[in-house]
Design a protein around this ligand. Structure first.
Ligand code: GLC
Length: 553
């Protein structure tokens, strides 16, 4: 034991290279106030359960002042807490409690756009074309006669045009502004030094308040090709979340890198190994690695891994590509399967018909998974991921085995994707349903009033945390064991060595002193002798499909 502890301490200087970071989606985690929307006080009251789970850090999706048109990713004031979530003092209390429990605290920062209710945007609309107020955003004259057409043909990630026209006080039509997301999320103009200076201030505000780092929203979108040319793709385009085309003039432009170097310098002014993590939907991985060069961010979410299906050959390829790309720039590989934008991985990996990211699934979607397969496959995927060298991200509720909720009634759906596409794309509400804590309490213990901003399924009582706690075969116990063993055996620090010549559909590798077998979709596989330390589902000498096992060699 002492060896394990001291090795862990040696790498503790760069904790993020091996950390497991747990994403809290504040609206849906725990509601102390009783209004049906989760809040900071709720998070504080539940932090001990995350320490007991065995994660190293938490990342909180936005809790800033916002009209909540995109669940808080539309920020009206970046340095204050929305009353729905509490106050700055509630943040301090939460951060203090987290630090006392040994959990680092990463906050979200949303630099690509503000809310249309941000004071800057209000001033921009009230000011004349060409004014310094408008120059903080991307206002342009329309095209066509009388400027009636948008300035270019770009589309919003949530559907519909990426431009909205404003009107003067006298009702006359005026310029158009760019919004890569909802019309309530105008894009900032990052060529404007005033914008850069303002974000230096915002970074410092949260660093001074003890944040251990930032998850940087849309870190591939801030630089646009000058002149904003039309996008003229060759072939069919998937414009949904994660489908951002890499030849699009709004995405993955090299101009973003000087911004990240500037941010890195700010973060490095602070003690305590604070980090920047990129949400950058960039393909291929070798290109994404530019976001984590030594003087830019520390980590980037590995979305190519996330979108890989349950397919042994494809998984092996993406794991190899990830290790090569990230290690090539001296960054840790990262791994993630679920977050607040994608179909929960237990359900997603079990769909019999693939669905593009961001489309979501509903009751009439083809190929919906069978519940037992989803649980088995979800656990097998998690156990495979947690054996990989590097840092891993978990999304709240996956440790309970929550599936994607498909039957949210249309009138209860909140995601702008659903509304902007008039129900053609279900969007992301199905992974955002408030999580169950207590089987027989109102709203399963999410809220004392029994309210919940999205309806919770009637059959979730058996997934509540309290009925899983201490139960050997529960998904919660499985996650706790996996995280403890990952740490004890230092899996995240090891080098991965593939075991060759396994049957089709089976992956095997060694990392540290542990041998990992994952039967993705093969015939039952006879396991070699050795002590099993963890299996994602029961095994009896053979490893069935949809199962991962860790063994001591
Ligand atoms: C990111 C967030 C997503 C949000 C979008 C716009 O992709 O993860 O939830 O809608 O940015 O801010």
């Amino acid at each position: 034991m002492s060896n394990v502890a001291s090795a862990h301490q040696q790498t503790a200087a760069e904790w993020w290279r091996t950390a497991v970071i747990y994403q809290i989606y504040p609206r849906s985690f725990a509601d102390a106030s009783g209004d049906g929307i989760g809040d900071l006080a709720g998070i504080t009251s539940r932090l001990d359960s995350l320490a007991a789970l065995g994660v190293d850090a938490i990342w909180l999706s936005p809790f800033y002042v916002s009209p909540q048109h995109d669940a808080g990713y539309d920020v009206a004031d970046f340095t204050d807490v929305d009353p729905v979530f509490g106050t700055l003092e509630d943040f301090d209390t939460m951060r203090e409690r987290a630090h006392d429990l040994g959990l680092r605290v990463i906050v979200d920062i949303v630099p690509n756009h503000t809310s249309s209710e941000h004071v800057w945007f209000q001033h921009a609309v009230a000011s004349a074309p060409g004014s310094p107020e408008r120059a903080r955003y991307i206002f342009r004259d329309g095209s066509g006669e009388g400027g009636e057409q948008p300035p270019n043909n770009w589309e919003s990630m949530f559907g519909g045009p990426a431009w909205t026209r404003v009107h003067r006080e006298d009702g006359e039509p005026d310029q158009w502004y760019l919004h890569l997301f909802d019309s309530s999320q105008p894009d900032l103009d990052w060529t404007n030094e005033e914008v850069r200076v303002e974000f230096d201030r915002i970074l410092r505000f949260w660093l001074d308040r003890g944040a251990d780092g930032f998850r940087v929203d849309v870190a591939h979108g801030l630089a646009k090709v000058p002149g904003l040319p039309d996008y003229l793709p060759e072939g069919e385009v998937d414009a949904s979340m994660g489908g951002a085309a890499m030849d699009h003039p709004a995405w993955a432009q090299t101009g973003v890198h000087e911004i990240w170097r500037r941010w890195r310098a700010v973060v490095d002014e602070y003690p305590g190994d604070r980090i920047l993590t990129a949400e950058a939907w960039v393909k291929p991985l070798t290109r994404m690695a530019d976001w984590v060069r030594p003087d830019e961010m520390h980590q980037a979410f590995n979305f190519p891994y996330l979108i890989t299906g349950w397919d042994a050959a494809a998984l092996r390829d993406v794991i190899d590509e990830s290790l090569t790309a990230f290690h090539g720039v001296e960054a840790p590989a990262t791994w993630v399967l679920s977050n607040h934008d994608v179909i929960r991985h237990s359900s997603r990996l079990s769909l019999t018909v693939p669905h593009p990211q961001g489309q979501g699934i509903g009751p009439d979607s083809p190929g919906l998974p069978d519940a037992d397969t989803a649980v088995r496959r979800g656990r097998a995927a998690t156990q495979l991921m947690l054996a990989l060298p590097g840092s891993a991200y978990l999304y709240q509720g996956e440790e309970l085995g929550l599936p994607e909720v498909t039957d949210i009634p249309g009138e209860a759906r909140q995601d702008p994707t659903w509304h902007r596409t008039e129900g053609e794309r279900y969007g992301r509400d199905g992974c955002r349903v408030p999580i169950p804590w207590t089987a027989d309490a109102p709203a399963y213990g999410f809220s004392p009033s029994g309210q919940s901003w999205l309806p919770q399924p009637a059959e979730w009582a058996h997934l509540a945390r309290d009925v899983q706690e201490g139960v050997p075969e529960s998904t919660l116990t499985f996650y706790q064991d996996a995280l403890r063993l990952r740490r004890e055996h230092r899996l995240a620090e090891g080098d991965l060595v593939w075991i060759e010549e396994l049957p089709d559909g089976v992956l095997g590798f060694r990392v540290g002193g542990v041998t990992v077998y994952a039967n993705i979709a093969g015939e039952p596989f006879d396991l070699p002798d050795g002590e099993q330390i963890l299996a994602s589902s029961p095994t009896t000498g053979t490893l069935p499909a949809d199962t991962t096992v860790w063994m001591l060699r």
